[in-house]
Design a protein around this ligand. Structure first.
Ligand SMILES: O=P(O)(O)OC[C@H]1O[C@](O)(COP(=O)(O)O)[C@@H](O)[C@@H]1O
Ligand SMILES: [Mg+2]
Ligand SMILES: [Mg+2]
Length: 336
């Protein structure tokens, strides 16, 4: 049997290979993985750990969403694990309005970390897969750090990943040379490499969209889904299956495993918002992972990774997954 490769060993080997991972970034990724392990433990305890339900303060985050206890726990775990390590200058999170600058009692690092600490919050209490999504950027040169430093296009990410807390706890990671998957070995307490070079099939017969929003969609999305629904008798000439987990991490994980297309498009419910999902800590990291696995990620009109963010909590319309399907859906939109 070939030896198990831990995340630590994998990262050290990647660092040695061709410097794909600088030492500081490697250490930062190890800290993020440790934080995910501890979030996973909290998730697993469920009602026994008192982690279910809404936060005592019944607070809302900057997006106007009610914060669950686990949203706050996961956010605190990530902040506390990362702030003293010396790898980061600042962090940004779905759950915090502004950036969290590393206090000056700790050494300052050269990276910026963004995260959605708990993705799929509506699934926490019903014991369905949820996750953590993260994105790492290099801090631009210069003294100090500001929100402006975070506003970099997704194409500038130096690492991105997610951890899914499901039947297994799995960490998926890219540093720009393919996508690797690590499974948490609970007895050993470490992430073990279980798949390299994940690859998304170019074609698919499975789509993921919240169908209850159909009446609010834009024409190109209506046309694309309607053609899928017509199955063998329609222009696509094949039957499609549908899945919607309502945790982006779980839907994207399925697509990385067996292909598919995921859509959370702009719709008429809140016409002034470009979409529901957040660009910097949901769409960019997931978009990069999907591209690194041979898929595509688009707003319908533009490549997601090319968008120049204007705000930390900016929202975006998302179509990602199997390349030929994303390209087909995008071809129904008028380009910008
Ligand atoms: O309930 P809806 O509108 O279908 O939305 C589901 C989407 O919302 C999200 O849960 C948003 O993430 P958060 O839980 O981090 O706010 C995505 O994971 C998911 O794709
Ligand atoms: Mg989310
Ligand atoms: Mg969240």
């Amino acid at each position: 049997m070939s030896p198990k490769i831990s995340l630590t060993r994998y990262l050290v080997e990647e660092q040695r290979k061709d410097g794909a991972i600088p030492a500081q970034l490697r250490l930062l990724l190890e800290v993020v993985a440790r934080a995910c392990k501890s979030i996973s433990l909290a998730v697993n305890k469920g009602a026994l750990g008192g982690v279910l339900g809404v936060s005592e303060a019944s607070s809302e985050n900057i997006q106007g969403e009610i914060q669950k206890k686990l949203d706050i726990i996961a956010n605190d775990v990530l902040i506390e694990a990362n702030e003293w390590g010396g790898h980061l200058a600042a962090m940004a999170s779905e759950e915090m309005e502004g950036i969290h600058v590393v206090p000056n009692r700790y050494p300052q690092g050269e990276y910026l970390l963004l995260f959605d600490p708990l993705d799929g919050s509506s699934n926490i209490d019903v014991n369905v897969s949820i996750g953590t999504i993260f994105s790492v950027l290099k801090k631009p040169e210069g003294a100090g750090v500001s929100e402006q430093d975070f506003l970099q296009a997704g194409a500038k990410q130096v690492a991105a990943g997610y951890c899914i807390y499901g039947p297994q706890t799995t960490l998926v990671l890219t540093v720009g040379n393919g996508v690797s998957l690590f499974t948490l070995d609970r007895e050993q307490g470490s992430f073990v490499l279980t798949q390299r070079d994940l690859s998304i099939p170019e074609d698919t017969k499975e789509f993921a969209i919240n169908m209850s929003n159909m009446r609010h969609w834009d024409e190109p999305v209506k046309r694309y889904i309607d053609e899928c629904l017509q199955g063998k008798e329609g222009p696509r000439g094949k039957d499609f299956n549908m899945r919607w987990i309502a945790s982006m991490v779980a839907d994207v994980h399925r697509i990385l495993t067996r292909g598919g297309v995921f859509l959370y498009p702009w719709d008429k419910r809140e016409p002034n918002k470009p979409g529901k999902l957040r660009l910097m800590y949901e769409a960019n990291p997931m978009g990069w992972i999907v591209e690194q696995a041979g898929g595509a990620a688009s707003t319908g009109r533009e490549r997601i990774l090319d968008l120049q963010p204007k705000q930390l909590h900016e929202r975006v319309s998302v179509i990602l997954g199997s390349k030929n399907e994303v390209e087909r859906a995008a071809s129904y939109f008028t380009p910008v």
